[in-house]
Design a protein. Structure first.
Length: 142
């Protein structure tokens, strides 16, 4: 099984491009995901994970996700390689998003929010002792 659930902050606004073959939209962005444990005397560390979202989900991410925003992403890990013009082989590991959610409340103290943990159950990153919030569908702009 290849399934990834991430909670993190966008390190930049999503970047949109279109495939050359069939003009399909693809949005790419990076999430800073905090590590669960902190060594005593050290700052919390984060992993920076590349995300790609295709078609309608990519359009949604490019339209509503902004740098610094906390989001949840569910997807799968993908690895790929390519050769550049000089013949150098490049390797990439990224998460292909299958679902994406807001994880910040729209307004501080908004009564229409639920926790990410309630949305995703025991596998949610919220079970690591953090209180993450995801906006309810009533708050979404569509």
């Amino acid at each position: 099984m290849n399934k990834v659930i991430l909670m993190g902050r966008l390190t930049r606004d999503p970047e949109v491009r279109y495939t050359q073959t069939n003009n399909t939209l693809v949005a790419s962005f990076s999430l800073a995901v905090n590590r669960r444990f902190v060594r005593q005397g050290e700052e919390r560390q984060a992993d920076f994970i590349n995300i790609v979202a295709w078609s309608k989900l990519g359009e949604f991410c490019s339209k509503y996700f902004k740098k610094g925003q906390q989001v949840g992403v569910i997807g799968r890990i993908q690895t790929r390689t390519w050769d550049d013009d000089q013949g150098t082989k490049h390797y990439v590991t990224e998460v292909v998003a299958e679902e994406a959610y807001f994880a910040d409340s729209k307004r501080e103290g908004d009564a229409g929010t639920s926790t990410f943990e309630n949305t995703f159950g025991d596998t949610a990153p919220g079970n690591m002792g953090n209180d993450f919030e995801v906006s309810s569908s009533d708050d979404l702009p569509f």
